[in-house]
Design a protein around this ligand. Structure first.
Ligand SMILES: [Zn+2]
Length: 236
């Protein structure tokens, strides 16, 4: 019997058998792993936290049983539970991760991005929707669906006038290149994409965008997410 040590964040947990929990971890070493936490109700306090979403730390996992035998919690982002809006946005981030990561495939870049995004929602006093917009833009980029911010994806010309999201390909195009299944996006929303993608997580609290542009941005990105990955994120 082997024991491995992983650094991970809990994405979700569900009841399993009578007293156990099936915990989905996003680990830096192995990507997504499903592990078991035994007799959760009788576990000592530290282990109890470890079944909650957002719990981040070092987990000891016994193989091949995949039973968690120990945990060193680094942060459980408890602040998130104090504000329902922040909590939902942070949950959408975990849901997005769960949707795009292929089990068994590691993705260190996404792991780091996820922690930064959740940390800035919990601690930086940022508009939580800005964080989710930035996070989703980065997901599209890493999955090969970069959204064009300056120049039309098709003809390469700078955007003037109207711009559209092509839902079949997940690309932003100009009026001349608009074809098939396209939805118009406002210049305000497009500029929200550009500013947020160019601002680092720790600087997001210094910007203020046109009111409600983040709502339109999130709506557009959620439609694009559903088209690309067949899953609609649950936003309040
Ligand atoms: Zn074009």
């Amino acid at each position: 019997m082997d024991t491995i040590k992983v650094k991970a964040i809990v994405l979700s947990s569900a009841d399993y058998k009578e007293k156990d929990k099936l915990v989905t971890l996003f680990t830096i070493e192995h990507g997504i792993m499903q592990v078991i936490m035994k007799s959760v109700k009788t576990q000592k306090a530290k282990m109890k936290f470890a079944k909650e979403p957002f719990c981040f730390g070092e987990f000891l996992i016994s193989l091949p049983s995949k039973i968690i035998t120990g945990v060193e919690v680094e942060d459980n982002f408890f602040e998130l539970t104090k504000d329902i809006d922040k909590f939902y946005i942070a949950c959408a981030i975990l849901e997005a991760v769960r949707t795009i990561v292929v089990p068994g495939e590691k993705n260190v870049e996404l792991f780091i991005e996820t922690l930064k995004a959740i940390g800035s929602i919990a601690y930086n006093g940022v508009n939580d929707k800005y964080v989710l917009v930035k996070f989703l833009l980065s997901i599209f980029k890493s999955m090969g669906y970069s959204l064009a911010l300056d120049k039309c994806s098709t003809c390469g010309q700078k955007f003037v006038g109207k711009r559209y999201l092509n839902l079949d390909f997940g690309e932003i195009v100009c009026t001349g290149c608009k074809s098939g299944n396209c939805m118009e996006i406002s210049a305000r929303c497009h500029s929200c994409f550009k500013i947020l993608s160019e601002t680092s997580y720790d600087k997001l609290n210094t910007i203020k965008l046109a009111q409600k542009s983040e709502d339109e941005a999130l709506n557009v990105l959620n439609i694009n997410f559903e088209r690309r990955f067949n899953k609609k994120l649950n936003l309040l």
